[in-house]
Design a protein around this ligand. Structure first.
Ligand SMILES: O=C(CO)[C@H](O)[C@H](O)[C@H](O)CO
Ligand SMILES: [Mn+2]
Length: 288
């Protein structure tokens, strides 16, 4: 198992430059840095090449996360939006591959954050989402990229809320590089059992996000970590476990994630790093 952290822990904007985090997380002892792909198309080839080299030099693996915007929604009822989504993904995946990234996760099949002021058409969005992901899967596969479809809680998306729904979706897509992605924060709201949900995903589990029920770093709350670790071992999960803590208010990240109070406990930069380092030690111990 490889352990990582989403760089958004330290940032307020998805557009924040992620290059400097490669060295930072290496120093903290992580194997992986997850970066936001939202703005990767604004990076030059030279910048991407420098980051890729830095990852190689520091022994760090990169993974990518994304919440596609509403105008790039692969499951939109509007064909022009679906087409824009496909074009966006092709460009984004091409750039993601330049960083030697083999895993991208998030609500790839839909958009995020969701706009619930509109009526919900779960069935239609799901059907179009299956088709949309099917349509970009081979493009991703040719670049060596797995598309990991994140199961989110009901307040953030309507298409996939449980591991069982994620598995059915991925089976309908029927492409070997399209996998299920689970996140303990969302599971805590939707699943009857963490262990059962992980076993339901089984060999289709392609990516795993961790965090406490209030999105603090693993080890600071009441998530059933031993049950989660036992289930990951049961399914012989050898993929990435990326902690996705969100503890700071402010910026687009703060408002998208709905962080309305300081969850850092007034931590300064050094304490933020120390918390991440301790959470890594905890994760390696309980999850493997
Ligand atoms: O769990 C999540 C949202 O609650 C997601 O993993 C990411 O934050 C989102 O896709 C943006 O990258
Ligand atoms: Mn997540």
């Amino acid at each position: 198992m490889k352990h990582g952290i989403y760089y958004s822990y330290w940032e307020h904007e998805w557009s924040a430059k992620f290059g400097p985090y490669v060295e930072k997380v290496a120093k903290l002892g992580f194997d992986i840095i997850e970066v936001a792909a939202h703005h990767i198309n604004e990076y030059s080839d030279a910048e991407l090449a420098t980051i890729k080299q830095s990852a190689r030099d520091n022994g760090i693996i990169l993974t990518a996360g994304i919440g596609p915007s509403k105008s790039k929604n692969l499951s939109s009822p509007d064909k022009a939006v679906r087409d824009a989504g496909k074009a966006f993904f092709e460009k984004t995946l091409t750039n993601v591959a330049k960083l030697d990234i083999h895993t991208i996760g998030g609500a790839l099949h839909s958009y995020w954050p969701i706009d619930y002021s509109q009526p919900v058409d779960k069935e239609g969005d799901r059907a179009r989402g299956v088709e949309g992901i099917h349509d970009i899967a081979d493009f991703a596969n040719d670049l060596g990229i797995n598309l990991c479809i994140e199961v989110l809680n009901r307040f953030e998306n309507h298409v996939l809320n449980t591991a069982a729904e994620g598995v059915a979706f991925v089976k309908d897509v029927g492409k070997s590089n399209v996998k299920v992605m689970l996140d303990t924060f969302h599971m805590n709201i939707e699943e009857d059992s963490f262990g059962e949900a992980i076993r339901t995903a089984g060999s289709l589990l392609g990516h795993f996000h961790t965090g406490e029920s209030n999105r603090r770093v693993p080890g600071k709350g009441r998530m059933p970590w031993h049950e989660i670790g036992a289930a990951l071992r049961d399914i012989n999960y050898t993929g990435a476990v990326v902690m996705e803590p969100f503890v700071k208010t402010g910026g687009t990240i703060g408002s998208d994630i709905k962080v309305w109070r300081d969850l850092t406990g007034g931590a300064d930069a050094a304490k933020m790093d120390e918390d991440a380092k301790n959470a890594l030690a905890f994760s390696r111990f309980v999850l493997g």
